[in-house]
Design a binder for this molecule. Sequence first.
Ligand SMILES: Nc1nc2c(ncn2[C@@H]2O[C@H](COP(=O)(O)OP(=O)(O)OP(=O)(O)O)[C@@H](O)[C@H]2O)c(=O)[nH]1
Ligand SMILES: [Mg+2]
Length: 324
Amino acid sequence: MDLVERLDSGDPRALPRLLTRIENRTPEGLAALERLYPRTGHAHVVGVTGPPGSGKSTLVGVLATAARASGRRVAVVAVDPSSPLSGGAVLGDRVRMMGLHADPGVFIRSMASRGRMGGLAPAAAGVVHALDAAGFPLVLLETVGTGQDGVDIASLAQTVVVVQAPGLGDGVQAIKAGQLEIGDVLVVNKADLPGAGDLKRQLRLALPTETGPERWATPLLPTTATTGGGVDDLLAAIDAHREYLKESGNWEIRQRGAARAEVLTGLRAALERRLATLDGDQLNWLIAEAAARRRSPDAVVANLIATLDSAATGGDSVSDQRGG
Ligand SMILES: Nc1nc2c(ncn2[C@@H]2O[C@H](COP(=O)(O)OP(=O)(O)OP(=O)(O)O)[C@@H](O)[C@H]2O)c(=O)[nH]1
Ligand SMILES: [Mg+2]
């Protein structure tokens, strides 16, 4: 039996092994993903993002507990857990503290972001697809909300929860950085700390005021993740957002957006890999030509496309063009 067959037969060891191969994009992992992909599209993927130390892992742990209480199986994926900045505990530690690890209805996976071939986004997408195909109705995806990867990963989610907390600097920073805009649900965590009320007022002012008949009104919810305070309301808001997406037709729109983002990211990566195989490092040579103002960037792009075209049809224009 291969790993997909073992997954289907209910072997609990199959899923983590499959995910390792998918994350590393081995031929076996990619072939498994091809077979699993038609089964995906059913999970509610919820991105939980926010600055280091805002309490994302703690919140994801109590959310998973609340979702289990409602009878759902839950998968949790933490990307780049425990940033050195915050000294936050890794997700696994939090989950162990909450006793979730003993629950077979909870599956937890941590992914490190550094030193990954081809970037984090394709690896995370593959992991989410596999968990979706494995039948988890709810997938919680923790990411630090800074940098391009954080934004890419948010596009995998149907619902994005943006977590802020007092004491991490100015809430206005997050507003300026555009981090709130990707949020379908905003959370002020650490509601037990002084400053939470002020932060909530600041964020409230930054929220769009006009809400048309069809628009989702972004909720702004206080939580105390360490005690579970406010978490039932947060889960209710997440579930309500799913209902809204389904009823408004936005579920399909988001899925198309996610597929589009994944295809374009993959295309870009494939293009870069192909350019890297051109002999004599033509890409860097042409970039140097553009930097030296001997060719325009547009001309360089046209040249590279022509080279890839002719390579695809078996010709070889590389040395000709370089000579000219
Ligand atoms: N007072 C208070 N502390 C909290 C709350 N939620 C989390 N914390 C604490 O904040 C610290 C960071 O929590 P984490 O859950 O690790 O935060 P994180 O956002 O996952 O951190 P990184 O993954 O490192 O970015 C820990 O010491 C938590 O115990 C809360 O509601 N109130
Ligand atoms: Mg964390």
